[in-house]
Design a protein around this ligand. Structure first.
Ligand code: CA
Length: 398
């Protein structure tokens, strides 16, 4: 690290010279950042650290657009899961389970969380370390601390980011993440990092960007602190008796296995429920789709991202990594979702038809949706912009 002293002096002179003219986002940002210096100091960020990382910092107003973004339509659960838990992710996850077997065994011993669960979180959070996000954290969280509607929340994360840099856990140029500040293999927020990240490779730093052992152990530590019960499952798919009323059920409505059995619920293969703790009933696509009894460990996974669909993706991926198959009960749709390989194929076919959709990346963004609508109209389908098996088949047929 270079000496921060000259920078500090420079910053002080800039502060005194702050112009009172009509403010551009950049000058407004600079003024705002200067007001954050004292509160940052009060929570352990030195002036030198603050100056080193904020002097000359430009706002990135695109993160405010993302903060305000309202999705055009809801992604169906079967589309969500088809993209997150596909054959490619299962194969890659199994290869990584073997590659990191020693580390995962030690992690499991220390934190009590099994390897498949840890690797499933890794796969869903960052595609096993392949997708970290590209926003420099100081810039994105600094911008969110000064503009937009959740400034108090983002300031806490901004200060945490500066403390992480101050402690030298991660090199400043490596600290990039999602627009909202989640970063590294496990996509921890900075405050989560401070509570739960651990150094597992013994170099004295918890480096969730560049150390796989640190990242895997930190994930396990998160789940352990969230109440993970060693040796227990997250839950399992079940079969409901016909006409079962699910309207008052949910993850939080826990009943004993005896109670569920008395209500006619069976494992999906028709066998009796196992003797386990109490469980809630999850029916993410309504009573006609797959149903699951979820135990305490599902709640631990849920706490990672506070979405049941997200929890189910991790839970299901962990089962697939252990050799389990797809859900037995089909989703209540005649047009199932696409794997990432199939999404890439859709994009390739759209490009072949002359549509400008950008890169073939398996992510169906706005440009892809416009092209899909055009093709759906041309082929006499309803122009939904959604890509499912029907669209893929139609595109393959020309
Ligand atoms: Ca380390």
């Amino acid at each position: 690290m270079t000496s921060p002293a000259p920078l500090l002096l420079l910053s002080a002179s800039l502060l005194m010279a702050a112009p009172a003219q009509a403010q551009t986002p950049t000058s407004e940002f600079e003024t705002c950042l200067n007001t954050l210096r004292a509160p940052a100091r009060a929570v352990g960020v030195s002036d030198a650290t603050f100056t080193q990382h904020t002097l000359g910092l430009q706002p990135d107003m695109s993160v405010i657009d993302k903060l305000n973004f309202q999705p055009e339509f809801r992604t169906a659960i079967w589309d969500y899961l088809a993209g997150l838990v596909d054959d490619q992710r299962v194969a890659e996850g199994r290869a990584l389970l073997a590659q990191h077997a020693d580390t995962l065994a030690r992690v499991s011993e220390r934190y009590g969380v099994d390897p498949a669960t840890v690797v499933a979180v890794w796969g869903v959070e960052s595609n096993f370390g392949q997708t970290f996000g590209k926003s420099p954290l100081v810039q994105s969280l600094g911008t969110l601390s000064c503009f937009g509607r959740r400034q108090a929340y983002f300031r806490t994360e901004f200060y945490a980011t500066l403390r992480i840099l101050q402690a030298g856990h991660i090199a400043p140029e490596r600290l990039v993440g999602s627009w909202a500040g989640a970063f590294g293999h496990t996509q921890f927020m900075p405050s989560t990092f401070e509570r739960l990240a651990v150094d597992f490779d013994g170099d004295g730093k918890a480096n969730l960007m560049d150390s796989t052992p640190d990242a895997l152990a930190s994930t396990a530590n998160f789940l352990a602190k969230a109440g993970w019960q060693t040796g227990q499952t997250w839950g399992f798919e079940v079969k409901l008796p016909s006409g079962f009323n699910t309207s008052n059920e949910g993850r939080r409505t826990k009943r004993t296995m005896d109670d569920w059995a008395a209500r006619g619920v069976r494992r999906v293969d028709g066998t009796a429920l196992p003797a386990m703790g109490s469980a809630g009933l999850l029916t993410p696509a309504g009573p006609q789709g797959p149903a699951f009894l979820v135990l305490r460990n599902f709640d631990a996974i849920y706490s990672y991202n506070a979405a049941e669909s997200y929890g189910l993706a991790i839970a299901h991926l962990s089962d697939r990594l252990r050799g389990g198959g797809p859900f037995v009960t089909p989703w209540p749709t005649d047009d199932p979702g696409l794997s990432r390989a199939e999404r890439r194929e859709v994009q390739t076919l759209l490009i072949a038809r002359g549509h400008d959709i950008g890169e073939v990346d398996g992510m169906l963004g706005d440009k892809s949706r416009v092209a899909i609508r055009a093709e759906q109209t041309r082929m006499g389908q309803e122009a939904t912009g959604r890509a499912g098996q029907k669209l893929l088949k139609a595109l393959r047929g020309g």
